[in-house]
Design a protein around this ligand. Sequence first.
Ligand SMILES: *Cc1c(COP(=O)(O)O)cnc(C)c1O
Length: 406
Amino acid sequence: MDEIKRLISLETKRQKETLMMIPSENYAYPEVRATVGSVLMHKYSEGYPHKRYYQGNKYIDEIEEIAIESAKKLFKTPHANVQPYSGSPANAAVYMALLDPGDIILGMSLNAGGHLTHGHPKITFSGKYFNSIQYGVDKNGYIDFSEVERLAKKHKPKLIIAGLTAYPRQIDFEKFSEISESVGAYLMADISHISGLVVAGIHPDPSKFAHVITTTTHKILRGPRGAIIMVTNKGLEKDLEMGKKIDRAVFPGLQGGPHDNTTAGIAIALRFAQSENYKTYAKEVVNNAKMLSEELTKYGFDLVTNGTDNHLILIDLRRKNISGREFAERLEEAGVVVNYNAIPNDPNPPFNPSGIRLGTPALAARGMGEGEMKKIAKWISEVSERKDREKIAMEVKKLCEEFPID
Ligand SMILES: *Cc1c(COP(=O)(O)O)cnc(C)c1O
């Protein structure tokens, strides 16, 4: 007990004194953290509001209904399920609802910037239980729509997946929708990374184009670790039962009791996401990423697609003569926490790839702006030149103290 307490306090200090620049990470709102640790975690409530398999759920029902209504309003969809335990189970539930084992799915490959659950072959459920075909990006790093179209016509997938974890540009959901319509496939938009930008109106909105939308709630949304599955009007037009199928796949198909404490945290984060403050925050996330990418370019870094439209940047280190892994380790010593990442068509293996991925959501959450991005770019450049990392770590700590986080 004391040991865990001690480690939590050390981790708290680490988070306060270093730059959280892994683009999928963020600081959840303190209100969300308090809610997730509340008595709601004691409750069992298998089922859905007013259709539970356990007694004592009258308040839980109201909480889940509030979360569902907020999700529908914010993402402009007629149906939402807030029970998935996280992003990966949410995607699994969609596949379970819409596909049979062995069906063909078409998703973006991992090294082009897709996610493991988008059909990564052999080692994931999505690549093992389905017949997975993968599209990539062109030589400039942009989604290759002629390849998507060619693969869709050739293989006739039942589901096409549009979503990103390491793709620094906007996704053209309309184009995906034209292709999926032309072959009669379902289109799923997995907006886990970018849902916060979508609700703020600074990234194209998939609600008119996809049949189903999935998102995690802990990335730019700053909620608890969890996920939401939404069925759009287009989805219901294709299959009136789609919402019911999704709900049944989540429970009892894949999960047992929902995490009601998480559901309440999601309700709070979605309420915050409706505010003007949140829009300002989301704009800052993107402005910061743009400023950081311009500065890094000035320091001679090669960026995949030469920049960014969203919250993340992928640096191609091949000309810098350092591996992604080594650079990420050195940056950590300097207080800049990023992750090593494959670049499109990476010649090196996944455990030692040629890139690093970095993002600005947590920096903007601390209130950092363009001036701070200039400093950070300079530090990243100094680390690549093998300058004194301890000294940089002290400077990083000083900056972090100017932007405290709860
Ligand atoms: C983060 C992410 C997931 C998975 O979420 P987990 O909560 O880590 O399971 C799925 N898809 C995309 C696009 C993501 O960015």
